[in-house]
Ligand binder design. Sequence first.
Ligand SMILES: Cc1ncc(COP(=O)(O)O)c(C=O)c1O
Length: 379
Amino acid sequence: MNQLPPPLSPAGRTRVLSEGRRLVYFGGCDYFRMASNPATLKAAAQAARLHGLSIGASRMTTGNSPLLVELERELAAFFKVPQALVTPTGSTANACLAEGLAGEFTHVFLDERAHASLQDAVIRMDCRVIRFAHRDPRDLERRQARLVESHRILLITDGVFPLDGAIAPLAAYRKVLRRAAWMWVDDCHGAGTVGETGTGTTELEGIPAARLVRTLTLSKAFGTYGGVILASKAIVGRVVRESRTFATGTPPPAPCAAAALEALRLLRTDPTIRQRLAATVLRVKSALTAAGYRLEPSPAPIVSIVPKTPGKRQELERNLLAEGIHPSFIRYPGGPPQGLFRFALSSEHSPAQVTALIRALTTTGKEEGTDGTPSPTDE
Ligand SMILES: Cc1ncc(COP(=O)(O)O)c(C=O)c1O
């Protein structure tokens, strides 16, 4: 793709204006619509008045705002870890952590379909990188067997894979990995959305806190902007001391930090927000599975469909537009070259909007006189 897609303007919390049409929006990753919650907006506006729009310096020089320190304290409490470190973005959280861990490990095992920012981050780690088959603990085990006991191992994976919502089999990895091996989970899409208390895929998979580090973004479940590293005090200390990306980058603007604090408070104090999302995910995935789609069995709020032919793509697009839904067809690094429909469900979509999405996806084929079966996902 050599051109940017057409711009989209928000039109209310669940709709966008696209080329003159007001359409229901299932794109993006604002899973709780925190980006437009009145309470987060109020917090951001207050912070803008008090702190301005840009902190204007790296945290290692003069840019260490008290809002960031407070946000880190709240993030550490929410995610039940010793320390959180806020970085400019989720991608830079990966870069900063890799720079902080450089030299600590002799071998990294990386899921072959890990997020592009992880693929780039590991280059900074000064160790051998071994890619293993996507979500395959047996392949990991085979590859690990070739290493000797003295090798220091780190497994790196997405917690939720952003393109299809699949969850990494973290519990199976932990079983296979040597006791001394570490695990790094990029939980940009799992944080806030999955696990009993919303702390992500490590909670869902029952992964103990020992030898675990995580990276997150504030731009999805928390609706603002910025990245986060969750780790021990010692590892965060290493990142602060060693990472050039951390030392030279401007942190998220104060209004974003204030909005993230408010989003965390909302998620912690109002369990109905996450319950609404979970109910919508269950409803959509059950309906699509019953209609013949082969979806990833995952509680993540992501549904994706890879049309097998350009004709199928057009047909789905027509059905979605007929239901007043923006056809969120995307191309993304690591995804299928022909692109895919990716739908992000949110706690704020109404039951009628969800019904319309299900209808648009399940009438495909029948109306067009094809084989009468919906477009399956392309495995
Ligand atoms: C798995 C994963 N890691 C990292 C990122 C990057 O986060 P950010 O947009 O905050 O840089 C994303 C963003 O989509 C992601 O999906």
